[in-house]
Design a protein around this ligand. Structure first.
Ligand code: HEC
Ligand code: HEC
Ligand code: HEC
Ligand code: HEC
Length: 501
């Protein structure tokens, strides 16, 4: 009797195993079938050249154009201008939109200024890094150090195609690939497997991590091709202590790095970029092995053909394919859970921004009254760390959903640091006879930018002049070199935060 039972249960187990293996094999076959190379374009940086081989991926990729709304975040959250005073983000900062606009938005941002030739303007070449497959080509052609040398304007006629096929695929095999060396360097520094060593499922997130990650520009001296000494500003992931906000803070503190000195409080500041990969890796979905592509590029069935939807966008627009493959609640229910997460983040974020902005203004008042650097030292460290935690937690916009606990934990920590700074500031202000000081209003973009010393008209004038002259030159040169995908550039320049909206 016992044996019979055992036998039956082992048989059941063996059959089940067989089915499972069969299932895995079928899935692997499907994957291989899906990834079959149909052809490789001659000019792979030009996205439209891939269309004839992969029409479904191409036409869904092209639909990233539909997400075209410009959301001026300095207008929406004026505290930002105070918090970023002295840094170009205080001038212009919009919410992200479709990948299709990446190059044009970088050109139109007031942050990149109005260069008049290839040697002027406020930004280094590194600002192109996450905008275009042309960057992969240039790093291959010129070498990484050469690419990261000089001003942003230097590559204006070369970086002309928005985020596309060659950003995530090897142009020779069409397999997933990362053409930017900084990702593997970061992974190695963190003691993690490189892209090539990672599982297929991890690769479906790591292609995004090339760009949706925290980085800084590491000053790197080298000798260039002409034998001259040069300095590159190389995009580098600060991952060697780990991927958390505290790990990176320690990294930056240990090399005494700062992105800028705050105009009001004179604090050496850190600007978080968008540590989306890092923060989401702490969330339940990443922990359960769900990849970025599972939600943002869901499989789509078209007749008998299955393919990945390349319209990377807000997954709440594709819940049937992005969420309902795993979840059993109704879409409405799930949406309301997500909406509540957003409200919780907004609540703590507003308090943190208010405290940080006031801490900067109160420090500025203390300086005015004669407070010394020694008296302000601890206060500035609190502001630096508080603002870093705030920025790390919210700079990648989906974090409230990707990693709600970590986002709220960091916002709480940011608040605590800013509050501590303000308590110490009351003492310093009292010492100089101004304990009653109340920071001025910063509740509109105009008021906040005035406090930050931003001259918007001058910025807009310089940009418009550039758009009429140098930008036109860039187009001509790119066209003559056959780099430009005119089909996909012709109507991307219709709006920004300061025109057309
Ligand atoms: C942001 C990254 C990204 C970009 C840009 C991108 N792809 Fe993909 N692509 C992926 C991912 C992720 C997959 C899923 C691969 C897998 O799981 O094997 C994929 C899959 C594919 C596949 C395999 C079949 C399928 O649909 O799953 C093809 C073919 C493909 N992409 C072509 C293209 C083409 C053509 C372009 C440009 C128009 C493009 N991709 C742009 C990330 C990208
Ligand atoms: C080559 C760099 C790069 C890669 C690779 C990349 N992104 Fe992006 N992504 C960007 C940039 C830059 C923007 C903002 C574009 C803009 O606002 O003009 C953006 C915007 C987005 C948005 C906002 C879209 C919208 O409509 O609001 C989402 C979502 C997104 N990316 C997800 C992903 C995912 C998921 C992957 C991987 C499958 C990925 N990205 C790969 C650079 C990249
Ligand atoms: C479980 C599903 C899921 C996974 C996995 C996921 N995301 Fe998201 N992501 C979302 C949802 C839902 C939102 C939209 C939240 C909202 O309403 O703003 C979002 C928002 C975003 C945004 C902000 C878009 C915007 O316009 O504000 C970016 C960028 C982004 N995700 C990138 C990524 C990257 C990169 C990864 C992988 C490291 C990833 N996501 C993994 C579901 C997911
Ligand atoms: C591949 C499977 C998978 C996909 C796709 C997926 N989820 Fe999940 N989700 C999970 C798992 C697993 C958990 C963890 C809870 C559990 O184990 O039941 C989870 C948890 C959640 C939670 C609760 C956890 C928290 O952070 O509070 C929410 C909300 C959620 N998912 C929303 C979504 C939404 C919205 C989408 C689509 C944009 C989505 N999920 C896509 C598997 C998935």
């Amino acid at each position: 009797m016992k044996y019979k039972l055992l036998l039956t249960s082992s048989l059941v187990a063996i059959v089940a195993m067989g089915l499972l293996v069969g299932n895995i094999n079928a899935r692997e076959e499907e994957r291989v079938e899906l990834n079959k190379v149909d052809g490789i374009p001659e000019n792979p940086t030009v996205n439209s050249e891939w269309a004839r081989y992969y029409p479904r991926q191409y036409s869904s990729w092209k639909k990233t154009k539909e997400s075209d709304n410009i959301e001026d975040l300095v207008e929406k959250k004026p505290q930002l201008a105070v918090i970023w005073a002295g840094y170009r983000f205080a001038i212009d900062y919009n919410a992200p939109r479709g990948h299709y606009y990446a190059v044009q938005d970088n050109i139109n941002s007031l942050r990149t200024g109005g260069p008049v030739d290839d040697k002027t303007g406020p930004m280094p070449t590194a600002c192109w890094t996450c905008k275009s497959p042309d960057v992969v080509r240039l790093i291959e052609e010129d070498g990484e150090l050469e690419f990261f040398t000089g001003k942003w304007a230097r590559y204006g006629s070369e970086v002309v195609n928005a985020i596309g096929c060659m950003d995530c695929h090897d142009p020779k095999t069409a397999e997933l690939a990362v053409g930017r060396p900084h990702l593997n360097k970061g992974l190695k520094a963190a003691g993690l497997p490189t892209f090539e060593e990672s599982t297929h499922q991890e690769k479906r997130s790591l292609v995004c991590a090339q760009c949706h990650s925290e980085y800084y520009f590491k000053k790197t001296p080298y000798v260039n091709k002409e034998g001259k000494e040069a300095t590159a500003a190389v995009v580098t992931f600060p991952w060697s202590n780990g991927l958390s906000a505290e790990d990176m803070e320690k990294y930056y503190d240990s090399i005494e790095f700062s992105d800028w000195t705050h105009k009001l409080s004179k604090t050496p500041m850190l600007k978080a970029q968008h540590p989306g990969y890092e923060i989401s890796s702490t969330g339940i979905h990443a922990q359960k092995g769900v990849s970025c592509a599972d939600c943002h590029m869901p499989y789509t069935q078209e007749g008998s053909v299955k393919y990945s939807d390349h319209q990377v966008r807000n997954p709440l627009e594709t819940m049937d394919r992005s969420c309902m493959t795993c979840h059993r609640e109704s879409e409405e229910k799930l949406k309301s859970i997500v909406a509540r997460k957003f409200e919780r983040k907004e609540f703590l974020m507003e308090i943190a921004m208010d405290n940080l902005a006031k801490a900067h203004l109160e420090t500025a008042r203390a300086i005015e009254l004669g407070a010394t650097d020694e008296e302000l030292k601890e206060i500035r460290t609190l502001i630096r760390h508080g603002q870093w935690r705030w920025d790390y937690s919210i700079a990648s916009h989906g974090s409230f959903f990707h990693a709600p606990e970590e986002t709220l934990r960091l916002l709480a920590s940011a608040n605590e640091k800013a509050q501590q700074a303000r308590i110490k500031l009351v003492k310093v202000l009292a010492k100089y006879g101004n304990a009653q000081y109340i920071a001025p209003d910063f509740d509109t973009k105009q008021k906040a930018q005035a406090l930050a010393g931003v001259n918007m008209q001058a910025e807009i004038d310089a940009k418009m002049k550039f758009k009429k002259s140098l930008e036109q030159e860039w187009h001509k040169v790119a066209k003559s070199k056959q780099l430009l995908d005119e089909e996909n550039r012709k109507d991307v320049d219709t709006k920004s935060s300061y025109f057309g909206n």
